[in-house]
Design a binder for this molecule. Structure first.
Ligand SMILES: Cc1ncc(COP(=O)(O)O)c(C=O)c1O
Length: 435
């Protein structure tokens, strides 16, 4: 037996610690990872039998909870006929039926679908589409992007280039990234209607640089991993108008916000706008498989298809994976079959009610909710590992990030569990040292 097999047999968590990378992790350090044995409904069951109420939906994805019988059945049925075939030169019903469904439920101008592996890859494809479009319109100089400070769009090189240059988790690589343009974080909050100052700042950049800007890239209405901040739909509406005026495409990154999370099926709908390109991921498969999609308009797809080389230049090995497509369709059908909007409103009310007691705490700077997203922003940075442990000790799975203690629970969480989740968050925050 070689060493690692022996080690695995004796202590598999030591193998995890010494050999396996986790997101943004180090090899060989003692930052705790909690071993999960199984997951069902809104509960994660740890190896030692403890059950945690899941506030994260595995990072926005598991909207129906875990181990869902309908999604399980879809996946098993598909596995029995075809787990995967290449998508180059072949096609299959799971991909085409999912694509038709996405065209049907997204804003009307979005008519063509590119299926790919993950959110970051979807953003790569979205940005390539924008560049190819302008190149094929005879404007190759439009080879820069405009994005918003406070944004997060993924970890691949192209996506890193449009994340917040300071807080976007990628400053280590900043000298290797293309110099894109960044507009300030929109200050007007979700309920504010006066967006003139924010719009003026955006327009100033477009006036100066529109000749080289292919697209404005943003997370509509809610900036997620870059700060968990909601901004005014009026800003988004005006941004759409500015894009049209200055001949810039609008790329909506709905990877986190899509599929009902903010209270509309897609966050663009808060503003009644349609982007030129939309990226979806995360909840697309109900959290079962990695899959993402990029949708665009006939104007963009016809220009690329009629240009040089007349092809969209991207094609991952696992494009259109049948298992992922089939479970995605089951997840979306499931979502649309129920009154998901009333359910998200119920969760929003539960989060607002449950997190309100955190507001007066000395440790807390702000408490905010939008749709099925609840955030406690702490006044100061804390030991997130200790806070995480405190939350686990209180029976909930919440992964604090920087000064943010935030949740986006599965939509199936009932009021009792929502009450337990929010009470544990408030209690854990109240136990932090004040000031
Ligand atoms: C808005 C947004 N865009 C893109 C991504 C990247 O998606 P993935 O982690 O699937 O690559 C994320 C992930 O958190 C995200 O929140």
């Amino acid at each position: 037996m070689n060493d690692i097999r022996k080690k695995l047999a004796e202590d598999w968590l030591a193998v995890d610690r010494d050999h396996v990378w986790h997101p943004y992790s180090a090899i060989g350090n003692d930052a705790p990872v909690y071993p999960v044995r199984e997951a069902h409904g809104v509960r994660l069951v740890l190896e030692d039998g403890r059950e945690l109420i899941d506030g994260m939906a595995s990072w926005w994805a598991a909207i129906h909870g875990y181990n869902h019988p309908v999604l399980n059945a879809a996946l098993k049925e598909q596995a029995d006929s075809m787990a995967h075939v290449m998508f180059g030169g072949l096609t299959h019903r799971p991909a085409v039926e999912l694509s038709a469904l996405l065209v049907d439920i997204t804003p009307e101008p979005l008519q063509s679908v590119f299926l790919c592996d993950s959110g970051s890859v979807a953003m790569e494809a979205a940005m390539k589409m924008a560049f190819q479009y302008w190149n094929d319109r005879g404007r190759p100089g439009k080879n820069r992007l405009l994005s918003l400070r406070g944004g997060y769009h993924g970890d691949t090189f192209g996506a890193m280039g449009v994340c917040d240059p300071v807080n976007g988790m990628h400053h280590f690589f900043s000298h290797m990234l293309p110099g894109h343009h960044f507009a300030p974080v929109p200050e007007a909050g979700f309920d504010d209607t006066d967006v003139e100052a924010d719009v003026a700042a955006l327009e100033e950049l477009l006036v100066a640089h529109h000749g080289e800007i292919a697209a404005l890239v943003l997370e509509p209405v809610l900036q997620g991993a870059g700060g968990m901040r909601a901004y005014s739909p009026a800003y988004l509406r005006r941004a759409r108008e500015l894009c049209d005026r200055y001949e810039v495409l609008l790329v909506a990154d709905e990877i986190a916000t899509g599929f009902g999370r903010t209270g509309e099926l897609f966050a663009c709908q808060h503003a009644g706008i349609a982007p030129d390109i939309m990226a979806l991921g995360k909840a697309l498969t109900g959290g079962y498989m990695t899959l993402a999609a990029v949708l665009t308009t006939p104007e963009v797809s016809a220009t690329i298809s009629g240009g040089d080389p007349g092809l969209f230049m991207h094609g991952p090995t696992f494009m259109g994976n049948p298992l992922a497509c089939r479970v995605a369709r089951a997840s979306i059908d499931r979502l649309l079959a129920g009154d998901w909007q009333a359910n998200v409103r119920r969760i929003e009310a539960g989060l607002a009610h449950g997190l309100a007691p955190a507001r007066p705490l000395a440790q807390v700077h702000d408490v905010r909710t939008l749709g099925a997203v609840g955030v406690i922003e702490l006044a100061e940075g804390v030991d997130t590992t200790g806070l995480q442990q405190g939350l686990v000790d209180r029976g909930v799975w919440v992964r604090p990030f920087g000064r943010l203690v935030y949740v986006m629970p599965p939509f199936v969480m009932d009021d009792a569990d929502l009450g337990r989740l929010t009470a544990a968050m408030v209690d854990a925050v109240a136990a932090l040292p004040a000031g």
